[in-house]
Design a protein around this ligand. Sequence first.
Ligand code: TYM
Length: 356
Amino acid sequence: MAKVPNFILNPYFCIRNAIVNMTIKKPTVLSGIRPTGYLHLGNYFGAVRNFVRMQDDFNCYFFIADIHSLTTHPIPTDLESSVKQVLAEYLACGIDPEKATIYIQSDVPEVTELYTILNMNAYLGELERTASFKDKARKQPDNVNAGLLTYPVLMAADIIIHKANFVPVGKDQEQNLEMARKFARRFNRMYHKKVFPTPKPFTFDGKDMIKIPGLDGSGKMGKSEGNAINLYEEPAAIRKKVMKAVTDGGPTVMNQEKPVAIQNLFFLMEIVSEPSTIEHFNSLYNNCQIRYGDLKKQLAEDIISYTSPIRERIIEILKDNNYLAKVARLGAEKARESASKTLNEVKEVVGFRRLF
Ligand code: TYM
């Protein structure tokens, strides 16, 4: 057996090392995206941009929620290519597999095991009341499956399997995250042990979670809303979509409040354009001299400048199957290591310990 150096046995060093370890332990972050199509500006600015910003300072897990996407019964070949696409998009946006753990949800079976256990402490009434369930049940009345009902439980399992402290998501995930917090606290209370931290939403500078609007003058940008601009979109398609964005007849009174459709265009501009550009169009609006065609042209060009480098990287990465497979394999290994630790603890706490 290797000789243990003296200083390791010295209590001073033990305590000192423990303190150093405690202070350098980074908080854990987790988030994921369903592979239901190309990532759009809402996914990017609501989630992925924050993933990239967090990867240096936090212990990060970012995954592709392929099990969640089964609730809408995707065609298997479409699902396979969407998973590959999202993985390439994560990498192209700048998530670094050396810094963050990137994995595919179905590669980590511990998640579904924890989901089964958590399902026993999730109640029908509260699941039926969630806005996302009601919304999906309305949108797909012929397919109101049990997976839709327990969607927040699987999401809670995703988060707490790594004991995540923070979850960077857009505003639309607020209620699901609230449910995850509730399930984590409930588990701790039921078993009289603080197994899980209560995960918190994360935004930079203490700002509220964001909702990127669509181009149709209402609601959020979304894959199923048909109002999205994808990161992978070709410039010509971006121009076409932006030029078709909903506007109105223009302001008639100086400094008039902007209607929602116009606010949305300015909101997108705030994200992709230079402050001087926004100021320019704001002042034209306030003086009733704005021409929406010019505003849209500028907005389209600024979106293209933002997304083009990402699009080029996606194209390159998609060609390299070996690299993608390696990233997924490495990510699955790291994620399973962390997930199995938590699952073992959970099994012990609930009484799955073998005493024989
Ligand atoms: P999903 O796939 O619908 O969206 C992925 C991420 O993109 C954000 N997002 C937006 N943010 C701002 N404005 C928008 N218009 C917009 N559209 C989408 C979402 O808020 C999300 O952060 N249930 C999740 C996936 C998931 C998950 C998790 C997330 C499964 N398990 C655990 C976090 C933690 C979903 O369907 O996201």
